[in-house]
Design a protein around this ligand. Sequence first.
Ligand SMILES: [Fe+2]
Length: 351
Amino acid sequence: MSLEEDLRQEERIQAEIESQTRYLRHEVQTLTAEGKELRKLLGFFQEAKGRKLAPPRWEITPQKASGHPGLVVAQFTDAHFDEVVEPQEIFDLNAYNREIALIRFRRWTEKVVTVPRDYFAGVQIEGLVILSTGDVLSGDIHAELKESNEDALLASLLFWVEQILASMELLGTEYGGRVSVHAVVGNHGRTTIKPVFKGRAHSNVEWLLWSVVRDRLADRKSNVRVEVSDSMDLNVPLYGRNHLLTHGDQFKGGSGISGSFAPLALGTHRKGQRQAVAQMPMDLMVIGHLHQYLDLPGVIMGGSMKGYDEFAFGLNLRPEPARQALWLTTPEYGKTMTMPILLQKRENEGW
Ligand SMILES: [Fe+2]
């Protein structure tokens, strides 16, 4: 090897040593920094572990019973009194006749008193509002109903007027006379072959039924007040919020997978527009008809007292037990604490 090659070799080695030195110096700096960070974290965890926690103490402010007024609102819908539902025709999912209807109606009356008492503790209940959204009686609108009902329509009406009087008088007593009933007609009580729009309420036996109940209660010196709508709809303001009652048979469709949601959404929109123009904006629409219990924003559908029947079975509708909506309305929030009153108890009903 020449001296020149020796020198070049020496330079390469020198360059390699310098490169390795730079690399190792960088490694040392990185590891020193990591070590420092780890020691800091260890110190933090040791301090956190040893430090005493001092969470703030949260407390529920005791409310004075008198500070929370509210009204119990009980929907009474789709009783279809005197319709007969045969359990063997619907896989034993339900049964209905006058005897069972009486058991359910008495149970409803009792629960409208006891459920708020048991579950709305601390609320100063200022009264009971009953919203009747139609189809109290089975009616004669289809031949199959007329032939299978427990009794002829006018005889049914007289029988059930007496039962309704008994129920209202008991509720009047239990609620200290602070009970009001507001009623619209359904479609099953109509006396016309097809639904009509002119004179819809006055041509419906339910208008007669509630008018008789109103007048007999007054005769009997009851404090229960009954308002019977001359229109197919009724505005009921509660704590300044308008509750629009309507039976709901005008909302057509809904047999698809979305069920009643699509016709309800469209119907609510249209009713909302009409109510806005009439300067009676709708805070809550209260409906029946579809025999479902639904609690949606701006709409409540109250279920049915009759429960599942041959019609719903034939249309493959989801079996729904007999139940009725009940809720608490407060001045601050309107409808709150909503619950179904469950009415179908097979062991009590003997089927
Ligand atoms: Fe109905």
